[in-house]
Design a protein around this ligand. Structure first.
Ligand code: FAD
Length: 479
């Protein structure tokens, strides 16, 4: 029987996977492969490696349930694919498109190497809308979210029902050069820091669908307001599943539309939720049209921004020891669970780039290493947004006050209590700013400032004025 190759990338799922469906429909024996390529692609962070291990295990189980095998490889995708095609006399390769500059360039090289002997078929499924399909009247790409969003809404619904694939013919013999999941060495050896991740997540398609169903049943109705409250489970937490392609955004869209049909009362929350999914598309859209986004500021005038370089400051930020309780809670949630609430991500990012004047690339790199949803498009676009140099960023002078953000979005201090236990016994009135608490209140709560909880590493008013001065001093003609 003729054979085709199905190359899994960031589409680690069997439901709504167009590349897989096409391979099944073609009728050839399917050689399903995943290649851990550390030569051509940005090295994964620790949390992502942990996730990938479990995601591949789940995909192996799902493919095995269909009667197939997922063959694993470690190395250069280009040479591995060429060898597989030659050794197995393959005529077709099916793959899902990726948009990160390195992955897109790799895709082009694979095309060049394999064609015309092999037909390479590329499918979409990572995004709701292909980036080339949404453009302004003059064919140039959007730089601002709202018109992009409106343009997306004018299209037919991108939703797709979660239909399982048909049974295929799978190639199950061992392939020379393939390895086991353990041989990919994705898990931490020692120390094993992944306990918090294990307690929090179930990587894989099943885990993704559970998260979505739970969200639709419990939280979507109040999403518009609750999404900003970090102490509440008010968001879907599907971001790592989306990043690894364990669930497609099209299926999420469809499921949300179905839920609204069944219960129109959730319409407002559902609309707000789908808007966030479009934000995700927008980040990929920006990265596709501006592939220098990971290295250069979107607003070129920021190229000469007078960043400071303070390793010690970055260290206390990353460890959640800044003396700003909401910032510290967020950074510790990140370290413990591999995820951080969006509102708090905005606050900690703003704190690093504006209060501490550290380059956004340092923050991006720390998030890349520690987030289970680390995603080049979302991470870069969001860090640039926080630094004021990104697309659609708020005016630079809007500098978050971390204490006011804390009082507004964690009014009772529940989120802080969960992640900064040394402050847990402080009353809500003082938990956002322990330095303002009377000595007796601190004593009763067991808080010793400078001993078991730090004084603020920078003073807010001074930091705000310094950031504004730095922005003013930025050479306006750079870039
Ligand atoms: C500094 C910073 C860095 C970030 N880095 C990442 C990252 O590496 N990976 C990542 O997936 N998200 C990133 N985000 C965006 C956002 O914080 C997360 O997508 C969101 O918190 C994920 O939680 P959720 O799935 O519960 O989101 P929900 O509120 O349930 O939203 C559903 C989905 O919509 C998308 N989404 C939600 N908010 C945003 C947003 N602000 N921008 C773009 N897409 C959004 C996500 O795919 C999310 O899973 C970052 C935000 C900031 C401020």
């Amino acid at each position: 029987m003729p054979r085709s190759l199905l190359w899994f990338r960031q589409d680690l799922r069997v439901i709504d996977n167009s590349a897989l469906d096409a391979a099944v429909n073609q009728g050839n024996a399917i050689i399903a492969v995943y290649i851990l390529d550390e030569e051509n692609l940005r090295a994964l962070g620790g949390a992502s490696r942990w996730w990938l291990h479990h995601s591949l295990a789940a995909l192996q189980a799902d493919i095995s349930g269909l009667g197939g095998t997922l063959h694993l490889f470690h190395g250069n995708s280009q040479s591995i694919l060429s060898e597989l095609c030659a050794a197995n006399d393959l005529s077709t390769v099916h793959l899902s498109r990726c948009y990160e500059p390195d992955a897109a360039a790799l895709e082009q090289r694979v095309y060049k190497v394999l064609q015309p002997a092999v037909d390479v078929h590329r499918y979409c499924g990572t995004l709701l809308f292909e980036p080339e399909s949404i453009v302004k009247d003059d064919n140039s790409p959007y730089k601002v979210f709202t018109p992009f969003y409106k343009s997306c809404l004018r299209r037919p619904s991108p939703g797709r029902a979660p239909v399982p694939p048909d049974a295929g013919n799978w190639f199950n013999d061992t392939l020379p050069g393939s390895c086991t999941l353990e041989e990919l060495n994705l898990l931490p050896v020692a120390p094993d820091w992944a306990g918090g991740l294990r307690d929090t997540w179930q990587p894989g398609g099943q885990g993704a669908h559970h998260k979505l169903q739970h969200f639709l049943a419990e939280a979507v109705a109040d999403y518009k307001t609750d999404r900003d409250i970090p102490a509440i489970d008010g968001t879907s937490q599907v971001s790592p599943h989306l990043h690894f392609g364990e669930i497609s955004p099209r299926v999420i869209w469809h499921q949300v539309e179905q839920a609204v049909q069944q219960n129109p009362d959730i319409q407002e929350g559902a609309t707000a939720y789908l808007r966030e999914l479009v934000w995700r598309d927008f980040a990929y859209y920006l990265l596709h049209h501006w592939p220098t986004l990971p290295t250069d500021p979107f607003r070129p005038e920021f190229a000469g921004f007078p960043w400071q370089d303070d390793e010690q400051l970055r260290k206390v930020w990353s460890k959640g020891q800044t003396g700003y309780p909401l910032v510290d809670a967020g950074m510790r949630q990140l370290w413990h669970t591999g995820w951080m609430h969006n509102r708090v991500r905005m606050v900690v990012a703003s704190f690093l780039v504006k209060h501490c004047l550290q380059h956004w690339k340092h923050g991006e790199a720390w998030f890349w290493d520690t987030l289970v949803d680390a995603d080049q498009a979302n991470n870069t676009a969001s860090w640039q947004w926080a630094a004021g140099c990104g697309a659609d960023a708020a005016p630079y002078f809007r500098i978050f006050n971390p204490t006011l953000q804390s009082q507004k979005f964690d009014a009772k201090g529940d989120y802080i209590r969960q992640y900064v236990p040394e402050l847990a016994a402080l009353p809500a009135k003082y938990i956002h700013e322990p330095g303002k608490a009377p000595a007796q209140v601190l004593k009763d709560a067991g808080v010793e400032l400078g001993v078991n909880y730090p004084f603020p590493v920078v003073e807010h008013k001074m930091a705000r004025e310094r950031a504004l001065a730095a922005h003013k001093a930025m050479p306006k003609n750079s870039g």
